[in-house]
Design a protein around this ligand. Structure first.
Ligand SMILES: *Cc1c(COP(=O)(O)O)cnc(C)c1O
Length: 810
């Protein structure tokens, strides 16, 4: 589709008139935005229909990415770029007296995720469409995204993220595609004419209504679908007689209980064993998604026995793992297949991605609750488990210990990861190190049993959002230097290696970074009233707040730097701006103390004449996708300092690298692969390795007090947490202090302190050598192409899904 500026202007003016009966110049910014969104959606609609038609006719295979989270962010800019009409739009609007940048700013972030896991799902959507993989997203349309974070008096305060308040320009409600999802009730088997039938009655029905969002590929005609399900009451469930008698609360009971399912996104770590609503959410979108896939499939008139040849389902973490049992239910109860046929199809369809080895994040549900909420599904899980345990028992000559260790149902719980492993054909980790840890530690019994199922798929990021769109100047320089092939073939970034030592190119890279830093400083001053120095090192630590991610280590180092300055005001260091952004889960006490600590320290240091020209601390509230797009292009240093073995992959690390930041890193997650790609000269490594950490846990021979007692620097900064130095009540940071000492520093913050301090001195030393620093920066950009999610998706498509690209013609 070729759209020129004049056409665009006409279309846009007409849109404003038909939607709002307004002229361009009179329209409010909100209306300007909605008209633009509607127009861009119109431009997507023809290729969208064409894609759906092609997929409908096509006898090939489609993949559905099931995920509890999609951290999409904004879509206007990326849709304009992928359609190839960004410049046309920009010029057309400006001739109408409208600023595209200002209009873009109106869009609310679709913040339907906590962090990396949800953002990965969003990057995959972009890459599937851009590499012509027929792949769709399936999830929940939460009415509220993750909370909006405010900082008040240094504390995190959570406010609802009412992202749909002004509507959503991209989604289309597909009423006619609604399905019913059933909960609770009674199940029994009945033999009718020699055939056993399942009778399910007295259940509650929730209506699942899909909202579809087009996912437009980059400069192709592929438009895939992100289908998010909203929970609604069945009309007949509205209790009219109670309402008419004035009993509104009773009348609304069913309505609220149904709609609660798609009200909120759970903050990351707060699902303890008993969150009934969470399990409801999981079954709700999985059941709705599979029902709609099956309905579409049946339109093709292919035998149900070939389902797995046409459909692949990727289970993103354990949250959608109940899909294994739900597909079994649909195939057996609704499609009348035998258990064996259904099992064959299910295991060939399902594939599971593991995202963490942290025990507290591996979901398990109390049997009582599971059985009450999903009685038929529980029966199926029991039967899957009975058969599986039987196999294990025979393979290991009656070793009950092995059976207990691997049983899906054990000790009163249903272990969802095990269900996903047993019920699928693929189990993947998300970085090489992580996959090895799964194979040889956390899931070693399963690796021994099903070695063929295990594979690695290192995470990736869409280089279009994280470089082309968010760092336009750098993208232009790259295109001007090596041509534009890298946009479709990100590995071509490697061509920049030829310019790593080129001093003219180095200078251009530096100028762009400086320019980004100046713009960001202006933004910070205008919006936060804090002035930061663009010539200082921007040292950035943005990600969820979590003990294993060790924001605390960063903070203790800053406290130590501060102490050095207090001792010696002439202490020689390149000025640094430490930038943080992080949300803490509302119930995560230590994480919240961490946020308060950063802000307390910022207040103290930023106002201390001894330090403020050398150290600045900035805590950016409400970290999310749009803020990440602003911060990452101006980072000099990327903090990726998790306790080795704890970060499955990380994707923030990749975004920073791609924008030329130098990583200070532990050998954890994908940091290991960044190190392999750039070599030891171009990354600053420090700290314990994963095997060392694991040894300490095993031998229990780490004692954090030893370090506290022997390292005066550590001693001083820890005392400063609780002795009034920070001018807060003495117990303000007691929890943090205790976690590091009396609870023996589970994440080895003190153990890695010395190495971390040295790593930062190394950064200081390297930064002074402009040419070396820029060379490192260029090498990082040049090697970052391998982390494009285009590569990741191609590998999933080839090794797990077996979905060849489908070319959509208009
Ligand atoms: C990339 C991203 C993350 C993941 O960051 P990690 O450093 O890998 O934890 C989290 N939140 C947002 C908004 C992101 O864009």
């Amino acid at each position: 589709m070729v759209i020129d500026k004049e056409m665009f202007k006409m279309d846009y003016v007409e849109k404003l008139q038909t939607m709002f009966a307004e002229d361009a110049i009179d329209a409010s910014p909100l209306h300007q935005y909605y008209a633009l969104g509607a127009l861009v959606k119109d431009y997507c609609s023809k290729p969208w229909i064409e894609s759906n038609n092609e997929y409908g006719k096509n006898r090939g295979k489609q993949v559905y990415y099931f995920s509890m989270e999609f951290l999409v962010g904004r879509l206007l800019n990326s849709n304009l770029v992928n359609l190839g009409i960004k410049d046309v739009c920009d010029k057309a609007l400006s001739e109408l007296g409208i600023s595209l940048i200002e209009v873009e700013d109106i869009e609310a972030d679709a913040g339907l995720g906590n962090g990396g896991l949800g953002r990965l799902a969003a990057c995959f959507l972009d890459s599937m469409a851009s590499t012509q993989v027929p792949g769709h997203g399936c999830g929940i349309r939460y009415k509220y995204g993750l909370f909006k974070q405010k900082i008040e008096g240094g504390y995190q305060v959570e406010v609802p993220d009412n992202w749909l308040k002004n509507g959503n320009a991209w989604e289309i409600r597909k009423e006619s595609k609604s399905v019913e999802v059933k909960f609770a009730g009674d199940v029994h088997l009945e033999v009718v004419g020699g055939v056993t039938k399942v009778v399910y009655e007295n259940y509650q029905v929730v209506r699942a209504v899909p909202y579809d969002t087009p996912i437009k590929g980059y400069h192709n005609n592929t438009v895939n679908t992100l289908r998010l399900w909203s929970a609604e009451t069945m009309e007949e469930d509205f209790d009219f007689s109670s309402f008419s008698q004035g009993n509104y609360a009773k009348a609304g009971e069913n309505k609220y209980s149904a709609e609660a399912i798609s009200q909120i996104l759970y903050p990351d770590d707060s699902y303890e064993k008993g969150k009934l609503l969470r399990l409801k959410q999981e079954y709700f979108f999985v059941s709705a998604g599979l029902q709609s896939i099956l309905r579409n499939y049946k339109k093709k008139k292919i035998t149900i026995k070939e389902f797995h040849k046409h459909i692949a389902v990727q289970i993103n973490d354990t949250h959608p793992a109940v899909a294994v049992a739900e597909l079994m239910r649909l195939l057996i109860d609704e499609e009348n297949l035998s258990w064996d046929d259904a099992w064959y199809i299910t295991t060939k369809t399902m594939a599971y991605t593991n995202h963490t080895i942290m025990a507290e994040a591996l979901e398990k549900w109390p049997v009582d609750m599971f059985k009450r909420l999903l009685p038929r599904i529980y029966m199926i899980v029991e039967e899957i488990n009975r058969r599986f345990c039987n196999e294990v028992y025979h393979r290991y000559n009656g070793d009950w210990n092995k059976v207990n260790k691997m049983s899906i149902i054990y000790d009163g719980y249903v272990r969802m990861a095990y269900l996903a492993i047993v019920g699928g054909h693929s189990v993947n980790g998300v970085a090489k190190l992580h996959t090895e840890l799964l194979k040889h530690q956390e899931l070693s019994d399963f690796y021994e049993f099903f070695p063929e199922k295990f594979n690695n798929q290192t995470n990736g990021i869409t280089h279009r959002r994280w470089l082309l769109n968010s760092n336009e100047k750098l993208a232009k320089l790259i295109t001007g230097t090596i041509g534009n092939e890298w946009i479709k073939s990100p590995n071509k970034l490697e061509k920049l290696m030829g310019f790593a030592k080129d001093s003219a190119f180095q200078e251009k890279i530096q100028n762009i970074k400086t320019n980004n830093k100046i713009n960001f400083s202006n933004y910070v001053l205008a919006n936060y009233g804090t002035s930061i120095d663009p010539s200082s090192i921007f040292d950035v630590h943005v990600k969820r707040m979590h003990s294993y991610k060790r924001q605390t280590l960063n903070v203790l180092h800053i406290m130590h730097l501060y102490n050095q300055l207090r001792e010696n005001p002439n202490f020689d260091m390149v000025p640094r701006t430490f930038i943080f952004g992080a949300k803490a889960s509302p119930s995560y006490y230590i994480a919240k103390q961490g946020i308060k600590l950063i802000n307390t320290l910022a207040n103290k240091i930023n106002n201390d004449p001894i330090a403020r020209d050398k150290i600045k601390i900035l805590f950016m509230e409400n970290y999310g996708v749009s803020l990440a797009e602003k911060i990452i292009p101006c980072a000099d240093v990327s903090e990726q300092i998790s306790t080795a073995s704890k970060e499955a992959s990380g994707t923030g690390n990749m975004k920073f690298m791609m924008n030329g930041a130098i990583t200070i890193a532990t050998l954890d997650g994908a940091n290991v692969e960044i190190f392999d790609a750039v070599g030891k000269e171009n990354i600053i490594l420090f700290g314990l390795t994963a095997p060392q950490v694991i040894e300490y846990y095993k031998n229990k021979n780490y004692n954090s007090y030893d370090i506290y007692n022997s390292d005066l620097r550590v001693n001083t900064v820890l005392n400063h947490l609780i002795n009034g130095f920070l001018e807060t009540p003495n117990n303000e940071f007691m929890g943090l202090y205790d976690s590091l000492l009396s609870h023996n520093d589970e994440y080895f913050v003190l153990k890695d302190f010395d190495a971390y301090v040295n790593a930062h001195s190394e950064i200081d030393r390297l930064y002074r050598q402009k040419s070396i620093w820029q060379q490192m920066s260029i090498i990082n950009i040049a090697k970052s192409g391998i982390f494009s999610s285009d590569n990741t998706i191609k590998k999933y498509a080839k090794e797990i899904w077996e979905t060849p690209p489908v070319n959509i013609k208009l």
